[in-house]
Ligand binder design. Structure first.
Ligand SMILES: *Cc1c(COP(=O)(O)O)cnc(C)c1O
Length: 405
């Protein structure tokens, strides 16, 4: 399937190869349509017109490049795709309606009946359901493994294994997976490695450079960062991305031009925001660790984290999400959460506003108790996605929680 309009609109005025990450975040993928606008336009159009019947025919049969219909291509969506691809160091990006649509598109376009997936057991809850309940209907089985145990990854490989899937650091316990090592195991098995890079974003971790083949994003989280839109992206190499693009174009889980424009704006400040998220989360983790009511803090930025060195070797920052266990069980955790006044009680994360969640009864509520126990997700665990409020105000809010224990 050819990509209409790809050449024409990708034209960029400078050589991206020589540019730094922040420059890419601001300039890559930019579209100018001759009006001299400085901010990217939003192409809110469902379809595109042709100058003649001959041109229409040429576009439809692929002889001529150009837009046809916004489910296939749209200049605003393509601008976002080119920008996120440049930031991840990939050859091509495909925008999707949501993060889950990104994961669905990878499974549906790159696997077939009889194939097998090896997946970290600490991935986003809907990812587990998608593989277990729906992808399995296509005759594609999934084996879930401890993401920190390289022997478990190796041991799960079957003759028909075609995809490895992981998320690092994990939610909510901040467990890391060694991307370089798992990429090597996957490639030895002739399988692709897909990494959900939602928690780090390309500002802190670039999985393709660590050997992964595919990067997945829920743009809903840090890429937007301001809680406005649902969206996703897949980034990788031309061969796989052509298949993913074909599935999205045909299956219809495409991104709206408006959302693409919002995400473009989000990417412009990503680097800046991630730096501050890391700074606040680090300070918060260190402070929480010293509080008498806190039994344990999970954050890879703490030297006591068992994978602190691995985090330093594959990430350039430790991220904005941490979790901690309060002394006492579920009642204590709920009292802590209910006593806060500033932070938002919500399942979302990756927002400039701090969010607080009780994973056991919300985001991970549908997991069997035994699975939660095995994964270390206890009743006393609280997850904090540290935002950009004044740090002292956030500490004061956590102190309210501590006082309620
Ligand atoms: C939220 C999330 C997703 C799903 O993204 P949606 O945009 O909600 O579909 C996938 N992976 C991770 C790690 C997430 O946090």
């Amino acid at each position: 399937m050819s990509r209409p309009g790809f050449e024409r609109e990708e034209r960029i005025q400078f050589d991206l190869e020589d540019c730094g990450f922040e420059t890419l975040a601001l300039r890559a993928g930019q579209v100018r349509n001759g009006e001299g606008e400085h901010c990217d336009p939003i192409y809110t159009t469902s379809s595109f017109v042709f100058s003649s019947a001959r041109e229409a025919a040429a576009r439809f049969n692929g002889d001529e490049e150009g837009n046809i219909y916004s489910r296939f291509t749209n200049p605003s969506v393509r601008a976002f795709e080119n920008r996120i691809a440049a930031m991840e160091g990939g050859e091509r990006g495909v925008a999707t309606a949501s993060g889950m649509a990104a994961i669905l598109s990878v499974a549906m376009s790159l696997l077939q009946t009889g194939d097998h997936i090896v997946c970290s057991r600490s991935v986003f809850g809907s990812t587990v359901s998608l593989f277990q309940k729906y992808i399995s209907r296509a005759g594609i089985e999934t084996t879930f493994v401890d993401p920190t145990d390289l022997d478990a990854w190796r041991g799960a490989v079957q003759k028909n294994t075609r995809l490895f899937f992981l998320e690092t650091p994990s939610n909510p316990l901040s467990e890391l997976t060694d991307v370089r090592a798992v990429a090597e195991i996957a490639h030895k098995a002739d399988a692709l490695l897909a990494v959900d890079n939602c928690f780090c974003t390309p500002a802190l971790q670039q999985p393709l450079k660590l050997g992964a083949d595919i990067v997945i994003h829920s743009a809903t989280k840090y890429l937007d960062g301001q809680g406005r839109c649902i969206g996703g992206a897949v980034v990788g190499y031309e061969k796989e991305m052509e298949e993913v693009f074909g599935f999205i174009r045909t299956g219809g889980a495409c991104m709206s031009p408006f959302n693409a424009w919002v995400f473009m704006k989000g990417l412009e400040t990503l680097s800046l925001r991630m730096r501050e998220h890391c700074r606040n989360a680090q300070a918060m983790a260190e402070w929480l660790q010293q509080q008498p009511g806190i039994a344990r803090v999970h954050y890879a930025g703490l030297p006591s984290h068992p994978q602190h060195e691995l985090a330093k070797s594959q990430q350039t920052g430790f991220g904005g999400v941490l979790s901690f266990e309060v002394a006492g069980g579920q009642e204590a955790a709920w009292r802590f959460i209910d006593a806060t006044e500033i932070v938002s009680i919500t399942g979302n994360l990756g927002d400039v506003k701090t969010t607080i969640t009780h994973p056991y009864t919300t985001t991970h509520g549908r997991m069997a108790d035994a699975d939660k126990d095995a994964a270390g997700i206890t009743r006393s665990l609280v997850r904090l996605s540290v935002g950009l409020e004044t740090l002292e105000d956030l500490k004061a809010d956590m102190q309210r929680g501590l006082d309620a224990l």
